[in-house]
Write a protein that binds this ligand. Structure first.
Ligand code: URP
Ligand code: ZN
Ligand code: ZN
Length: 472
């Protein structure tokens, strides 16, 4: 009661009535429903006076306990979804993995096994297809029925997940045929690997050179190639973790031509930069300090204006979503595998807990509107990935996934502060947020209240998703 309900479509002073797992009504303040005084009849009243009531965040790109580079992402489904809840995110879409030579069905089954009964919030899967062949193409036919309505291909990581153009073409034909959304990791991996090897051989071995090897030209080129193959096949395309302004220009141009292409960026590409990484040296980690921010696509130069371009594209809708690409690794025992060779640093940054807060800073600084904030963190991911109506909106009939957000509150980010992710460092150490996630509910169950986290790892349910609702 007493809060301002914020949806992607606008704001209203309203009370929200929850019955069981869903929202029963959104009511003008002080409404009497069927002649009764609501406050006198409900089990519990949550006072949201002076605060925003928003649909729970949906993080459409996470990698809990993902095997990568000889190690595994340090957040389990349990710890990662708990951190999500702390940060106002009540749904995640993680990636089930099929590698070359494995069966898609087995990959998907393995991820169901990892997640079931371990999640504080609801979860769905995209399918990584790491080996496009006649078997995986056939298996893709049943994904829609399984509620997996999107798959990811990699133009990077030769020998690991990589698909060549012939494989991409075949998979995109399947995307066109089935309605599955093609998600693309758009970086020219073979070219990157040559540059990385040359840098290493020239003695340029520190984490900074990860970003030099992964040049923006190789993101622009791959993005363009993906767009052209999608145009040719008629596949809907969603480019993940966009960080180069030139890649955004490719997406914008394709959209202006009327093509169904969409783009996602991440908090790290809005706020962090290659220069930050260059300046990173600590007594403890020395030259390895920069490994904290090694992710792919890489952090890019602020002087070249990439971060500003990402914010602008979020305003112009040339980029539609902000996911975290949450792929956490600890410094000790994981990131430090790359001491003396940046190529051996496991790629990824963990941010699942901070996405809602970090994006709210865009409202504070005037980069985006309040409604666009909700659209980016919840409504568009819901529509893009076939969850809208159930998720992504505060309206009668929707799941009661609600966050009470205090714009006058404050959040200090860092280890020993608001950090609940299973990482021994924070990529966001020292960030001070104007705003605070006060209270979180998922399908009618309170996950976070004034006493802290009160959820359970058996609460989260698998989300069978519909086809993308972003296309006509
Ligand atoms: O560095 C990253 N992004 N790690 C996760 C894997 C991926 O490509 O999304
Ligand atoms: Zn990727
Ligand atoms: Zn990822």
């Amino acid at each position: 009661t007493g809060g301002t309900v914020v949806n992607a479509t606008g704001t209203a002073q309203a009370d929200v009535l929850v019955d069981g797992e869903t929202i029963a009504a959104v009511l003008a303040p002080g409404s009497r429903l069927l002649g009764t005084d609501l406050k006198a009849t409900v089990d519990q009243v949550v006072d949201a006076t002076g605060r925003y009531v928003i649909p729970g965040g949906i993080d459409a790109h996470t990698h809990m306990q993902m095997p990568f580079g000889g190690t595994e992402a340090s957040d389990t489904f349990e710890t990662g979804t708990r951190a999500a809840a702390w940060g106002g995110t009540t749904s995640i879409i993680d990636f089930a993995i099929q590698r070359y030579g494995e069966r898609v069905e087995d990959g998907l089954a393995a991820w169901h096994e990892k997640a079931a009964g371990q999640c504080a919030v609801d979860y769905g899967f995209h399918q990584i297809v790491g080996g496009v062949d006649e078997f995986s193409l056939k298996a893709m036919d049943s994904l829609v029925d399984e509620g997996i309505t999107s798959f990811k291909l990699f133009m990077a990581y030769p020998g690991v997940f990589y698909s060549d153009d012939a494989q991409i073409l075949r998979a995109m034909q399947k995307s066109r045929e089935t309605g599955l959304l093609t998600m693309m990791h758009a970086e020219n991996g073979p070219a990157i690997d040559v540059l990385a090897e040359q840098l290493y051989n020239a003695g340029k071995t520190t984490p900074f050179f990860h970003g030099i090897a992964r040049a923006w030209q190789l993101e622009e080129e791959a993005t363009h190639r993906a767009i052209m193959l999608a145009d040719l096949t008629g596949a809907p395309l969603y480019v993940v973790h966009v960080s180069a302004k030139q890649a955004v220009e490719q997406l914008a141009a394709a959209r202006d031509r009327g093509q169904n292409v969409f783009g996602e960026t991440c908090p790290q590409y809005l706020y962090l930069s290659l220069e930050d990484q260059l300046g990173a040296t600590s007594e403890e980690w020395g030259d390895l300090e920069g490994a904290k921010w090694v992710c792919s696509t890489p952090l890019r130069s602020r002087a070249d204006g990439h971060q500003d371009a990402m914010w602008r594209a979020l305003r112009t809708n040339d980029l539609q979503t902000v996911s975290t690409d949450h792929c956490p690794f600890c410094m000790k025992g994981q990131k430090d595998m790359g001491a003396g060779d940046f190529r051996a640093i496991p790629n990824g940054i963990g941010s699942i807990e901070h996405r809602v807060d970090l994006l709210y800073q865009g409202v504070v600084t005037g980069e985006i509107t309040l409604s666009r904030w909700v659209e980016l963190i919840s409504t568009t991911p819901a529509r893009m990935f076939g969850l809208y109506g159930r998720k992504g909106v505060v309206q009668p009939g929707a799941d009661a996934d609600l966050v009470v957000y205090d714009p006058a509150g404050h959040t200090s980010i860092g280890l020993g502060k608001s950090h609940h992710m299973n990482m021994d460092y924070s990529a966001w150490e020292g960030y001070e947020i104007d705003g605070h996630v006060d209270w979180v509910m998922s399908r009618g169950s309170v996950l976070v209240d004034e006493s802290g986290y009160v959820g359970s790892k058996t609460h989260g349910k698998f989300l069978k998703r519909d086809l993308t609702q972003y296309l006509v």
